[in-house]
Write a protein that binds this ligand. Sequence first.
Ligand code: HEC
Ligand code: HEC
Length: 205
Amino acid sequence: MITNTYLAIAVLTAGLAVALPARPAQAEDATDQGKVLAYTCMGCHGIEGYRNAYPSYRVPRLGGQKSAYIKSALIAYRNGNRPHPTMQAQGGSLSDEDIDQLAAWFGSQGEASDDVDAEDVAGFAPAAICVTCHGVAGAGVEPQPPVLSGQQEDYLVHALGQYKTGKRSGNVMVAFAAGLSDADIATIAAFYAARDGLITPDKDR
Ligand code: HEC
Ligand code: HEC
């Protein structure tokens, strides 16, 4: 009887020893592969304050950005919903698997969220609506809104301008940016950029 129980435990444990590491190893594989693929990306995204040539604004911070958003951004470049020539060229050569792996690695480079609630933006009406998605309240919203906290200020101004003018299309932001004045955009960009959040990923990590 006792022997049987031991046998059962031994068999179970042996099964677990084989079954358990499989999952984390797979996730690590994707992230490791992503790091290799990210090598070319880091020439721009890994340099703090690196600027897009024309128009001039700092490249977006990707460290800690939601993987689901990085994925949808790369797909938007690939299918032409986002117009940047360099990023379209980058996105165009990526397979779905490459995109998953890149999103996994960049997303693993920091812990970031829009830890913003209505009180933080009290007295500034245009930002109240944003907080329902880009704030604690938006944690479960689909499609996943990107993290804005800690993003480069001039990139946020550029991105909102693109939604407003319809240059960046095919998503909910076109409607939300339409009513913003240039002054609103400047205030919102400064507000989110000043908060802790996204970081420039470090290629040596
Ligand atoms: C030559 C510089 C350069 C290189 C190389 C580059 N990027 Fe970019 N990336 C940019 C710029 C500039 C933007 C902002 C473009 C825009 O205005 O839409 C951007 C935007 C992005 C965005 C959107 C971020 C957001 O917040 O919406 C993602 C995701 C991204 N890049 C990922 C990558 C990946 C992955 C690679 C490598 C395969 C890469 N980039 C290579 C310059 C670069
Ligand atoms: C219904 C939810 C929702 C609301 C409300 C909302 N957003 Fe968004 N926001 C999103 C989603 C989803 C995206 C990703 C769209 C895309 O793929 O381009 C996004 C993208 C953005 C981006 C681009 C970030 C980047 O990395 O390129 C900025 C900036 C932004 N929103 C600011 C705002 C501001 C400012 C407001 C208020 C005026 C607002 N959002 C209201 C869901 C929302």
